[in-house]
Design a protein around this ligand. Structure first.
Ligand code: HEM
Ligand code: HEM
Length: 179
């Protein structure tokens, strides 16, 4: 296990840091934060990039040489980092997002996110942590589910976003990022 950790550290420090930050603390909305993300979910996504099930020009190159063991080790590596909590930049938008996250939109049929992503958006195993993620990245992923561009194993999220408006997507992204 120690050898795996050293291996993960070497890979992370050799290439992943360029986009995701040295401790998975990315500050760009193009690159998701990996700090504190669940190991199982990270491994699952790396596997999906490698099989081509999840598309990303940047990531397909990165995973091409990773072994399954290295993908597991990288997941465990990033899961350990904890980022400082950040205040929402737009508190009113976040307040709207808070409502949707916990209640969904019963008028249009958007389900509550809390039922899968957890009370504090902390997620679990294959349910990604959304807390502390960059709002712009979350918003982009929601749109990508909506356009069926992110297709890997995402029937659930496709159904979730189907009835969401742009404003609701932006609001919920603003809310969870400050959790
Ligand atoms: C997404 C890991 C290197 C660019 C992701 C995700 C993971 C990951 C787990 C999905 C996160 C999520 O769904 O929340 C890694 C690892 C790397 C690495 C372990 C090193 C081996 C890089 C590099 C770049 C990059 C060097 C830039 C050239 C991206 C982009 C996405 C992404 C753009 C988002 C893809 C999308 O929009 O769906 N990465 N990454 N990654 N990564 Fe990396
Ligand atoms: C993935 C947001 C509701 C299950 C995601 C991701 C986002 C998201 C942004 C991608 C995270 C990343 O790339 O790091 C939301 C929002 C919701 C919601 C805003 C409420 C409006 C739900 C519900 C379920 C669910 C109700 C379960 C029934 C999942 C699963 C994934 C996921 C399983 C991972 C998919 C994969 O492995 O690629 N969600 N979600 N979500 N969500 Fe949700």
């Amino acid at each position: 296990a120690q050898a795996d950790e050293a291996r993960a550290k070497k890979i992370a420090g050799g290439s992943c840091f360029l986009c995701h930050g040295a401790q998975g603390e990315s500050t760009s909305e193009v690159f998701p934060r990996l700090a504190g993300q669940h190991a199982e979910y990270i491994t699952k996504q790396l596997t999906a990039f490698k099989s081509g099930a999840r598309k990303s020009t940047a990531m397909v190159e990165m995973v091409s040489k990773l072994t399954p063991d290295e993908m597991v080790a990288l997941g465990k590596y990033y899961e350990k980092f904890v980022l400082p909590r950040e205040e929402a930049k737009d508190p009113q938008l976040a307040a709207m997002g808070r409502y949707i996250f916990h209640n969904g939109n019963k008028f249009s049929g958007v389900p509550a996110c809390v039922s899968c992503h957890g009370t504090n958006a902390e997620g679990a195993a294959n349910l990604p942590r959304l807390a502390g993620q960059i709002p712009g990245y979350i918003h982009t992923q929601l749109k990508s589910f909506n356009k069926r561009e992110r297709t890997n194993d995402n029937a659930v999220m496709h159904a979730v976003v189907e009835k969401m408006t742009e404003l609701e997507m932006a609001a919920v992204a603003e809310y969870v990022s400050s959790k």
